[in-house]
Unconditional design. Structure first.
Length: 286
């Protein structure tokens, strides 16, 4: 599909008969062509209904503003919908936060340079200067914002200045805990990669924790960041089998491969408006 003409409608509402018919009929009567539709209900009776729908806009008979106002009044209000329409042509602006580990960062930068991530990467911010050359090699601005002990609020204030206008923040192994005040600026718009299969082994050194427990599977988890550490809605996870023959270094090496791909998938799905958050869960139309 041509991204410049694609719109995406995401809906959450109480489930009841007639929702799909009402939405599709509305779009048909305004000249939209539906090209993809996916839906999910939490229960056959009295559940929550989720839908992601893509439609083409070249032949709309009204402007976007009038279309959205009409949808709110004639469909959304009737079905008590929480909804939004996103337009693929409005490319999201993404900033990446990183510390010293480069594997997840470089995966994102490579995919972006290969036009696999539909976004503009505006900058990379790090609390260490180590990765400046790697980032600038991709033509991306790099900002070093050190986080000194007892001065985190100052560092975050500087970061918020730099981050104005960004739609999404990606923590590509940023080894600092963001304060609740910072997180509040980007609700469900900060994605973190945790080097563990959450909810197991939260916090620091999860591979060492896994090794000490003698696990047979290790994993990685991409999730939205909330005030509570490593407890935000999970977007994507993956695992790999390990055995008694693997040491901590082996687990780290295997885990980094997972981290790269899991984070990249989560970021892509967010950019393509495939994720609906409800409570502390997500519906991902991947």
């Amino acid at each position: 599909m041509r991204s410049e003409t694609t719109a995406r409608l995401l809906i959450t509402c109480p489930d009841r008969p007639g929702i799909v018919a009402a939405v599709s009929s509305f779009l048909f009567h305004h000249g939209a062509n539906i090209t993809a539709l996916d839906q999910h209900s939490t229960d056959p009776e009295g559940g929550l209904f989720f839908m992601r729908l893509e439609f083409q806009t070249p032949h709309l008979d009204v402007s976007r503003e009038i279309l959205e106002k009409a949808f709110a009044e004639t469909v959304a209000e009737r079905f008590q919908m929480d909804w939004r329409i996103a337009y693929a042509a409005e490319v999201k602006k993404v900033a990446i936060l990183v510390s010293r580990y480069d594997h997840a960062l470089l995966e994102l930068l490579w995919r972006h340079s290969n036009k696999e991530l539909p976004c503009t990467i505006t900058q990379v911010i790090s609390n260490h200067p180590d990765l400046r050359a790697e980032v600038e090699r991709f033509g991306i601005p790099f900002h070093h914002v050190p986080v000194e002990k007892g001065r985190k609020e100052e560092a975050e204030a500087r970061m918020l200045e730099l981050l104005q206008g960004n739609d999404l923040l990606v923590l590509a192994r940023y080894m600092q805990i963001l304060t609740p005040a910072f997180v509040a600026h980007y609700p469900n718009r900060i994605i973190n990669i945790h080097h563990s299969f959450l909810p197991a082994f939260v916090g620091a050194n999860p591979y060492k924790q896994a090794y000490q427990r003698g696990v047979k599977i290790i994993g990685a988890t991409a999730h939205y960041v909330t005030e509570e550490l490593d407890q935000g809605p999970i977007i994507e996870q993956d695992v790999v089998r390990v055995s008694h023959r693997h040491n901590v270094a082996d687990l780290v090496r295997l885990g980094r491969d997972l981290e790269r791909t899991v984070l990249a998938r989560a970021v892509q799905w967010h950019l393509e408006d495939r994720i609906i958050v409800y409570g502390n869960k997500t519906v991902v139309f991947s």
